[in-house]
Design a protein around this ligand. Structure first.
Ligand code: ATP
Length: 254
């Protein structure tokens, strides 16, 4: 089954110029897909579109064969935002952030039950943040902040995880811990779309890679087919698209 199916999606912020132009991308069920491109190429916009924050002007987005809004309501999509997109002064503790991951499942009026509390503690434990659970989120290091939001995504139990630059501003140890966690999640059958500038580690954790430049997806498919010097030169040289995404089109996995 295809976890994420983005077809010819165009998006603009506030009716301005297009921030995504006819982007097409698929992520296979149970796969980890790296999303690679320069600053301003459209990675965060793609995440926001898949989250349903930005409605496409054209094209369609489906998550596990459901429209985004329905997939969102069903709690299928978990999002780990870029650190820049979080208000770190917000007066909330790490534990409270992680509990926010349960909100969709609880509904707005229900209070968390024992199972919710247990899942929050397990998620904190899994990312090594139990000792920091009571801390205000602004009082964390860069790596701890990433871990806190990863724990929120775990608590949510989403089947598709969107990780926007999980390695930004973290040390080698934290990067390795995040990669190990992604491996565990993949073995659990979760699918991931992971934006990163860290080209060196892509091959270690990605089944698939999507290259994005000038606000559209140039190419996506199996890591070894996509991640060539020539393709990367096109992506980072800002030149025109190589060829249609279908050349390295993903085979659907069971
Ligand atoms: N809130 C916004 N309002 C208007 N335009 C925006 C907004 N956010 C991003 N854009 C524009 O949309 C395009 C894609 O930006 P986006 O933030 O998706 O890139 P990115 O690949 O995530 O970049 P980075 O690697 O720097 O995070 C850019 O041209 C950018 O200037």
């Amino acid at each position: 089954m295809i976890a994420l199916d983005v077809q010819n999606v165009s998006v603009a912020y506030g009716g301005g110029r297009l921030a995504l132009r006819q982007a097409t991308l698929q992520v296979g069920g149970g796969s980890v897909c790296g999303l690679v491109g320069m600053n301003g190429s459209g990675k965060s916009t793609l995440f926001k579109t898949v989250m349903g924050f930005l409605p496409p002007l054209r094209g369609s987005v489906q998550v596990f064969e459901q429209p985004v809004i329905r997939a969102q309501k069903a709690g299928l999509i978990a999002y780990v935002p870029q650190s820049e997109d979080v208000d770190w002064n917000f007066p909330v503790s790490v534990r409270e952030v992680v509990m926010m991951g349960r909100q969709g499942q609880m509904g707005w009026l229900r209070r968390p039950g024992a199972a919710d509390h247990q899942l929050v503690e397990e998620s904190l434990e899994r990312v090594g943040m139990s000792a920091f659970a009571g801390r205000q989120i602004g009082e964390l290091s860069g790596g701890q902040r990433k871990r806190a939001f990863l724990a929120r995504a775990l608590a949510q139990e989403g089947r598709l995880l969107l990780l926007d630059e999980p390695f930004g501003g973290v040390d080698v140890g934290t990067s390795e811990a995040i990669i190990a966690l992604m491996g565990e999640l993949r073995r659990e059958g979760r699918s991931m779309l992971v934006s990163t500038h860290d080209l060196g580690t892509l091959e270690t954790f990605c089944d698939e890679v999507a290259l994005i430049a000038d606000r559209t997806v140039l190419l996506y498919g199996p890591t070894d087919e996509v991640l060539t010097a020539e393709h990367l030169a096109h992506t980072f040289g800002g030149r025109s698209p190589l060829h249609a995404p279908s050349t390295a089109k993903l085979e659907a996995r069971p």
